[in-house]
Write a protein that binds this ligand. Structure first.
Ligand SMILES: CSC[C@H]1O[C@@H](n2cnc3c(O)ncnc32)[C@H](O)[C@@H]1O
Ligand code: ZN
Length: 430
């Protein structure tokens, strides 16, 4: 057996307690063999975790990873204008090679900040999948479908591509890649297409992921035209099942929260994107109280503007308190759970907890820093004080992706250089 030991650190357990322990990993199986203070087995490789906290790898449950290329390209606009005036015209010019390098850039950023799994909605998915395979993370990938402004033939081709990609890449990268059918939203895919698309996906046990209830500009027309709330419409279309998960859920009323809880549909909260686009404040404490599975996502780097899940935890806690008008709402333990087990549950990927027999997906956070001193409460530090740059080692599926802050699976400098060239060329074309 080929083993890895993460030695000498403190370990965050699923019950949010922290104990002095080593973690022993079976690298062949990608699972945790043991967690304990006096493990006597020798290991083939050891990662030093002295003065560090070993946490589950963070799970970014909603992202458009290749949008790193559009970071800083268009800021300070609301969602609709931002998409229509800036983002969609630029995306129309992206080549498969652009998406590959944009994805690699995002994956370097994720590995460096302790993220080991993510869900992604974009296009040129084969390029995203190849980047994930090389980088060593886990992902649930899908081709995002927009039928708005397309004729029947083009709309059907987009839907077919989404289903084909979901079939072809499920189980790729030694099983680290899973897939979903991804209609962009309830307003950008026409009803007839949506109904057929969702039924076809579910008939093959393919989960569905979409944006929903993000802005009032999106909710109000549905209410006006249909006389029902968006998630009641989604339920009619068959898009509220326990396998499905939606991004945002900012403007949900109490009846919609009950629908989500009853159905077991996951909600991915994206606080930074919601603040930057002034979309609104999701009622996260209400969702948690109702028993909804809540994960955490960055959304794309053009509306965030980074892929650092530590930032996202802090933003979720701060915004959750404001939304509830209650400083005790969305507490540190809640956001750490959302960024780990909550996200992993929502997107149904392994990971999110450090337990024997579970996936060996973890991040080792270096606590030896002024902003993490004194170590009064390490869960508090993860939520409120730590930064992505505090991550020292990242492990996914038992493989070391970053050791002592050096990314091992991708060439960080080369990726940054290629991304710079891709954007220079994109700017000439757009
Ligand atoms: C068709 S692929 C996915 C599509 O979604 C766009 N996008 C990025 N951020 C958001 C957001 O917050 N709400 C809705 N859509 C978003 C992205 O640019 C791609 O075009
Ligand atoms: Zn999004």
């Amino acid at each position: 057996m080929n083993t890895l030991r993460i030695a000498g650190g403190q370990v965050l357990r699923p019950d949010a307690t922290v104990e002095d322990a080593d973690v022993l990993v079976d690298r062949d199986e990608g699972t945790i063999l043991d967690i304990g203070a006096d493990l006597d087995a020798d290991a083939d490789e050891t990662l030093d975790a002295e003065g560090c906290l070993v946490t589950p790898g963070l799970v970014n449950a909603h992202c458009h990873v290749a949008m790193t290329l559009l970071r800083g390209y268009a800021d300070d606009k609301p969602l609709d204008a931002w998409l229509r005036e800036d983002i969609w015209p630029a995306e129309a010019a992206l080549t498969p090679e652009d998406v590959r390098v944009g994805a690699e850039l995002g994956l370097v950023e994720m590995i460096k900040s302790g993220t080991t799994a993510f869900a992604d909605m974009y296009f040129h998915v084969p390029e995203v999948a190849a980047a994930v395979d090389e980088a060593g993370l886990r992902a649930r990938l899908g081709h995002g479908v927009v039928t708005l402004g397309k004729d029947d033939e083009d709309a059907r081709a987009d839907i077919d591509e989404s289903l084909d990609v979901a079939r072809e890449f499920d189980g790729a990268a030694d099983g680290r890649i899973r897939t979903a059918a991804m209609p962009h939203s309830l307003t950008t895919v026409a009803e007839d297409f949506l109904r057929e698309f969702v039924a076809d996906a579910h008939a093959e046990d393919i989960p569905v992921h979409y944006h929903a209830n993000e802005t009032t500009d999106e909710v109000d027309p549905i209410v006006d035209e249909r006389g029902e709330r968006p998630l009641s419409y989604a339920k009619e279309l068959g898009m509220l099942t326990a396998d499905d998960f939606l991004a945002h859920g900012v403007h949900v009323d109490d009846a919609e929260i009950d629908l989500l809880a009853d159905a077991g549909t996951g909600v991915v909260h994206c606080p930074a994107s919601n603040m930057k686009l002034a979309s609104g404040m999701a009622p996260v404490q209400k969702l948690l109280d109702a028993g909804v599975t809540v994960g955490l996502g960055t959304d794309g780097a053009a509306s965030n503007n980074d892929l650092d899940m530590f930032d996202e935890m802090r933003d979720a806690a701060m915004l959750g308190k404001l939304a509830a008008d209650d400083a005790s709402a969305v507490a540190a333990g809640d956001v750490v759970r959302m960024a780990t087990a909550g996200s992993a549950d929502a997107i149904d990927l392994p990971g999110g907890a450090l337990e024997v027999g579970g996936a060996a997906d973890l991040a080792v956070v270096d606590l030896d820093a002024p902003h993490l001193t004194p170590a009064n409460d390490l869960v508090s530090h993860l939520a409120y004080a730590a930064r992505g740059s505090d991550v020292r080692h990242t492990v996914c599926d038992g493989r070391v992706l970053m050791r002592d802050r050096e990314v091992l699976t991708l060439d960080e400098d080369a990726v940054m250089a290629r991304a710079g060239e891709a954007v220079a060329s994109l700017r000439e074309r757009v």
